[in-house]
Design a protein around this ligand. Structure first.
Ligand code: FEO
Length: 167
């Protein structure tokens, strides 16, 4: 494998670990907000990102390249406004990941590296699912929000006039 492409994959290893840290922080935010279900989901997302990093590490090692783990940057902390914002930021993040894999795929094609193209195909398919799962989360949160508003509207609609001036 060409060093240029191996370096890009190594770079992505570190970005996947950075992604894992983002989702682990989100899990902490959810836990602090009492959203145990979302916390569970984000913890699994964290594990998934680490498994992505390890899949890339395995590939590099199989190709005689020693991966190097470096800090990416400090991940955004746990300062979110609400769960909708968490889902929206996650979707934006996954779109960046998709762009990164698309770029690596372009390079792999330029270099005629078919084995790496096979590896990247897995990640490009995975990114379709990653984006779709956050799109769905945003839709569901919005639906539930509307359902909550509907229930509140029903409650306020049930008010009847009582002339308390006569009491
Ligand atoms: Fe490893 Fe969420 O992409």
């Amino acid at each position: 494998m060409k060093k240029e492409l191996a370096d890009l994959i190594n770079n992505q290893v570190n970005f996947e670990i950075y992604s894992a840290h983002i989702y682990l922080n989100m899990a902490c935010y959810c836990g602090a907000e009492g959203l145990e279900g979302f916390r569970n989901w984000m913890n699994i997302q964290y594990q998934e990102e680490m498994s992505h990093a390890n899949k890339l590490i395995d590939y590099l090692l199989d190709n005689g390249y020693t991966p190097k783990i470096t800090n990416w940057e400090e991940s955004p902390g746990t300062d979110y406004t609400n769960i909708l914002e968490v889902a929206q930021i996650s979707l934006m993040h996954e779109k960046v990941v998709t762009e990164r894999f698309n770029y690596m795929m372009t390079k792999a094609h330029e270099l005629g590296d078919y084995a790496t193209i096979n590896l990247l195909n897995w990640f490009i398919d995975e990114q379709v699912e990653e984006e779709a799962s956050f799109e769905a989360m945003i839709q569901k949160i919005n639906m539930v929000k509307d359902a909550g508003l509907y229930l509140l509207d029903q409650e306020y609609g049930a008010r009847t006039f009582v002339d308390n001036t006569k009491e």
